[in-house]
Design a protein around this ligand. Structure first.
Ligand SMILES: O=P(O)(O)OC[C@H]1O[C@H](OP(=O)(O)OP(=O)(O)O)[C@H](O)[C@@H]1O
Length: 209
């Protein structure tokens, strides 16, 4: 791939993007009760934004990880029909370690974090599975009146046609937050760099430091 098709992103840049988004979230009075990081790319941004979302007198926001991986190739043509099958769940929520007041997502402000929204398949899957699960729990626990608010934070949203959607209620209310919308290039994140010094220099040269 030609160098000009690659976009290099430094740790500093990611740090600052998380800081800016946290500021935005706090200004909207939407500090989450829980952060859900989609592994592996969502983990570093989730950890960084948690520090910027910390407010005086409040406990650290718990981070839970969910593992979602995309099938590279199922040999199927119709993407719409195969969306559900293209995502593999490798890890899911575990409330066992949280206290008794946090036994589910019902009524909580939930922030899903990932590094990139590419075809949107992963985010679509995460949101629809969480919504389904919350609705089931609400029925079981008879807590239908409590509203759960799911938001999304990604570092980069690729400006391209998406293969799956997100709820209009989320998109129209500012609860989908992409720190940056970028062209459909190959995004080179620092955690994949073999030579982090060179990577950082390349990011700097592109203005992403
Ligand atoms: O918008 P989409 O087309 O669904 O793609 C975005 C997803 O792809 C990458 O995950 P990947 O499965 O490569 O795993 P990783 O995060 O562990 O690298 C990335 O971390 C997102 O989760």
């Amino acid at each position: 791939m030609a160098e000009n098709e690659r976009m290099y992103i430094s740790y500093n840049n990611i740090h600052k993007l998380c800081q800016g988004v946290a500021k935005h979230i706090l200004a909207r009075n939407e500090r989450p009760d829980i952060i859900i990081a989609i592994t592996g790319g969502g983990m570093i941004p989730a950890r960084i934004i948690r520090s910027f979302l910390k407010t005086k007198g409040q406990k650290n926001i718990p981070i839970q990880a969910i593992g979602l991986s995309l099938y590279e190739d199922l040999g199927l043509d119709n993407s719409v029909e195969t969306i559900g099958k293209e995502v593999i769940r490798t890890q899911w929520l575990d409330f066992g370690a949280l206290n008794q007041h946090f036994d589910s997502l019902i009524g909580k402000k939930v922030l899903i974090v990932d590094e990139v929204d590419d075809t949107r398949t992963t985010l679509h899957y995460a949101v629809s599975e969480l919504e389904k699960e919350i609705a089931e729990q609400q029925k079981v626990l008879n807590r239908m009146s409590e509203e759960t608010v799911i938001s999304i934070f990604v570092l980069h949203n690729k400006d391209k046609p998406k293969r799956a959607g997100l709820p209009d209620s989320m998109m129209n209310s500012g609860r989908y937050i992409a720190a940056q919308t970028v062209p459909d290039k190959w995004l080179c994140y620092p955690w994949d760099a073999e030579d982090i010094e060179e990577h950082t220099m390349l990011a700097k040269a592109q203005g992403h430091d």
